[in-house]
Design a protein around this ligand. Structure first.
Ligand code: FES
Length: 127
């Protein structure tokens, strides 16, 4: 590897800052992917990757993505929970890559939850 220039260091620092904003938040939105055994078996990793790609493509810096264990609903996996600041968390179930993209576009980007894929809002079951 050649000598690092100041510009290179600035670029590296900027990349690191971007990643930290996503991880540490101060975010207006949080995506939690349920990654218990059954979630992973049902494709949760692919859902996680889809959201990571969407975050990168849309170049958003105020969305946190994280993972958690299973929600106790094996047959509803893969599942995610989306929380927007000041709104009740929404649980989405039986996700595919296409559904995840639509949820990102409508819920995360436009603030409108996708009722067809939602299982519960807060503690209220809607499906
Ligand atoms: S192992 Fe399936 S819901 Fe926990």
């Amino acid at each position: 590897m050649g000598k690092l220039k100041i510009e290179d260091l600035e670029k590296i620092a900027e990349e690191a800052r971007k990643k930290m904003t996503i991880r540490e938040g101060g975010g207006r939105a949080k995506i939690t992917v349920h990654m218990g055994t059954c979630g992973i078996a049902a494709g949760a990793r692919n859902i996680m990757n889809t959201f990571l790609k969407e975050i990168e493509t849309h170049d958003v810096h105020d969305v946190i993505i994280t993972s958690t264990g299973c929600a106790g609903l094996c047959n509803k996996e893969p599942m995610i929970t989306i929380e927007l600041t000041g709104q009740a968390p929404v649980k989405y179930i039986q996700l595919t890559e296409a559904k995840a993209k639509r949820i990102f576009d409508e819920h995360i980007m436009k603030g409108k939850f996708v009722q067809e894929y939602a299982y519960a809002i807060g503690s209220e079951k809607i499906l």
